[in-house]
Ligand binder design. Structure first.
Ligand code: FEO
Ligand code: CA
Ligand code: CA
Length: 653
């Protein structure tokens, strides 16, 4: 979610991390940064990078396309030699009996059968299951949030006072949130979706029942009038990035769940918990006027039922999706898995807010490729960890286990359920490192290294600041960090050459320190051959292509005064072209670039153009763009775009 457009609502800046844990690593880094001086801070603490080693050398990227120019207008732009085709738009019908999209019409029942709003994370799951088909698959999409002022006429600019939505509008709004599964096919070099595929599905906020699993399932703190068992939740909220598992299920992260509830959090028994997550009655989310469970005065536990990683099986349209409480309750951005050397599964996830943490979960059981059913509940049992990034280049994984260290009844943790409900506070107590907004995380299929996008944190204080959580630390070294960075975590490698994701210690360094490298105040680090159009800021989502190259999307190229739209950037992570980022695709004004997903052959990358036309003063009647339809009566529509090469080759080749 791009939070920089609005003055009075910033969902990633509302929780409160009051942790003041003494942290020796921060003390050391403070001393070191003081010694290094502000200008030398990044260089002094960054792991030696190939970019530096190659300074002055020739750039040899495996990516051969010419950068798209930075800039901003009402259209999409893709590199020469490529095509970018709109595949599916908000409101497109995805069921046999689904009605066509009608601009401006309020119709929740129709929306239940149409593609949702603000597509974010994408997974491409080949069909049939177990194949590597790159011409037929399931496109699985998150629908993070909505822009009511662009959906319907007569809605005031978002967040500018009570929008006064009708009950019908609230119902439609809830249906536009959630997830979609849509069958897609490639024929004659062009992708299309199958309107009446039996796989197509909406898992909406309004209509889909989720089972709650793991340590917090059935806990009193999750019980409501509608669900006295605390095991069933209707809907999923604000799914941002996500991931997938080796057994073909899709994972989604419930992110800014805190902004959807009315009522007074201070009057609930969960006042401290809700304050830590920034749960408060924002004007932008008036569901509780019409739907009781979104009013904390009526249903005080409802906010405890969101903020989880969800797992669903796109291959079985009748399956019940699950909220995996084992992975903790935070503002999850992504959730990406890797099979560790010993067969256990690791899942990495970040909490997207200023000064929040990076986490991993390691399953107790092992992945069994021959028995899909047995893997289906692997994520319910295991150990959750929070990360501490040490100055010596190691990363310590701190277990969040009830009964261990400070996570005891004396601190209000009576069971693992409490740890899984108040995960932020648990991570505060064990001394995790406060980061510059952890967003997407991806794992290289070639090296097993883990890449964490830290999007930016303009509130980061200098290293000598009095606040332990806010001052610069080794992994977040820049005060007033307006640009973001990508941290590379290297798990130990076993003798067999496999990454040990279960290890309690990894190593870390920087992959890219973002910002304009020509501007010395950014202290940016890239391969020196990165062009004026190849650099980026505000990295958000990240994925790998089959060749092991990282692809990064941005959410805030225009932050802090740049006249630049968000886009998609590729970069080698190994070899002579390491950290040489290249700009493949650019979004229209107001949009955020999300969800890059490759087909197994690497010849297509799907991207989500999220919230085109969003911005101050933008309304249904007067949007900044009408992409992709460009019809006078039609608002901009968040859409998935398929990017392919004109000669049919691999993207990047
Ligand atoms: Fe939904 Fe963290 O962006
Ligand atoms: Ca973001
Ligand atoms: Ca994001």
């Amino acid at each position: 979610m791009n939070a920089m457009h609005d003055d009075d609502f910033d969902p990633e800046d509302v929780g409160v991390n009051t942790s003041t844990q003494p942290d020796i690593q921060t003390v050391i880094s403070r001393r070191m940064l003081l010694a290094a001086g502000a200008a030398g801070a990044v260089a002094a603490i960054a792991a030696p990078s190939t970019a530096q080693a190659q300074a002055g050398g020739r750039a040899v990227s495996t990516l051969k396309f010419k950068d798209v120019k930075h800039g901003m207008d009402d259209k999409i732009h893709v590199a020469e030699g490529y095509r970018a085709d709109v595949l599916i738009r908000w409101g497109d019908p995805i069921a046999k009996d689904a009605p066509d999209f009608v601009p401006g019409k309020v119709d929740a029942a129709a929306q239940e059968k149409q593609f949702g709003y603000n597509c974010d994370f994408l997974a491409y799951q080949p069909l049939p299951y177990g194949s590597r088909s790159s011409s037929r698959g399931l496109l699985c999409s998150n629908h993070e949030y909505t822009n009511n002022e662009l959906m319907w006429p007569g809605i005031p600019v978002r967040n500018n006072g009570d929008k006064g939505l009708t009950k019908e509008q609230v119902e439609h709004d809830m249906s536009a949130h959630g997830l979609s599964v849509v069958e897609v096919r490639k024929s004659g070099g062009k992708w299309s979706y199958v309107k009446d595929s039996p796989y197509n599905r909406r898992l909406s906020m309004r209509g889909q029942v989720f089972r709650v699993a793991g340590p917090a399932a059935g806990h009193a703190r999750l019980k409501t009038k509608a669900d006295p068992t605390g095991t069933q939740v209707i809907g999923t909220l604000n799914n941002c990035a996500g991931g997938f598992t080796p057994w073909g299920t899709v994972l989604t992260g419930e992110e800014n769940f805190n902004g959807y509830f009315r009522g007074d959090p201070k009057k609930t028994p969960e006042a401290a918990n809700y304050a830590r997550y920034g749960v408060q009655p924002f004007r932008g989310a008036p569901w509780g006027v019409h739907v009781d469970r979104f009013d904390m005065d009526k249903e005080p536990n409802e906010p405890n039922r969101f903020g989880y990683v969800c797992e669903y099986d796109p291959y079985d349209p009748k399956s019940t999706p699950v909220k995996r409480t084992s992975i903790g309750r935070i503002k999850h951005e992504g959730a990406m898995t890797a099979v560790s050397a010993d067969g256990r599964v690791a899942l990495y996830t970040g909490d997207d807010e200023r000064f929040e943490y990076v986490y991993k979960f390691v399953t107790k059981g092992k992945f069994d490729p021959s028995r899909r059913e047995r893997n289906m509940n692997l994520l319910d049992e295991g150990t959750l960890y929070a990360a501490r990034f040490n100055e010596d280049g190691t990363c310590t994984w701190l277990p969040l286990v009830h009964g261990q260290g400070p996570l005891t009844a004396a601190n209000g943790f009576n069971s693992q359920a409490d740890v899984c409900i108040e995960t932020r506070r648990a991570a505060d107590l064990v001394g995790a490192t406060p980061m510059d907004r952890p967003e997407g995380i991806a794992i290289s299929p070639k090296t097993g290294k883990v890449y964490v996008c830290l999007t930016y944190n303009e509130r980061r204080k200098p290293a000598n600041d009095a606040s332990a959580r806010e001052r610069a630390n080794p992994a977040n070294p820049r005060a007033e960090n307006k640009w973001g960075q990508i941290v590379e975590i290297s798990p130990p490698v076993t003798r067999g050459g496999r990454a040990d994701h279960g290890a309690l210690t990894s190593r870390w360094g920087f992959f890219i320190v973002a910002g304009n490298p020509k501007d010395p105040k950014t202290q940016a680090q890239y391969h020196p051959a990165t062009t004026d159009d190849g650099w980026f800021q505000a990295p958000d989502n990240i994925t790998f292509d089959p060749k092991g190259r990282a692809w990064i999307t941005t959410d805030g190229m225009d932050n802090f005064g740049n006249d630049m739209a968000d886009g998609l950037y590729g970069a080698d992570t190994t070899g002579p072209g390491r950290a040489l980022s290249k700009h493949l695709f650019r979004t229209p004004v107001g949009a955020e670039m999300t969800g890059p997903a490759f087909t197994p052959d690497g010849r297509t990358v799907f991207v989500s153009v999220q919230h085109p036309g969003e911005g101050d003063k933008m309304t249904f009647e007067k949007p900044a763009t009408r992409w992709p339809d460009f019809k006078p009566d039609t608002p901009p529509r968040p859409s998935v775009v398929a990017i392919t090469k004109l000669d049919g080759g691999e993207v990047g080749s």
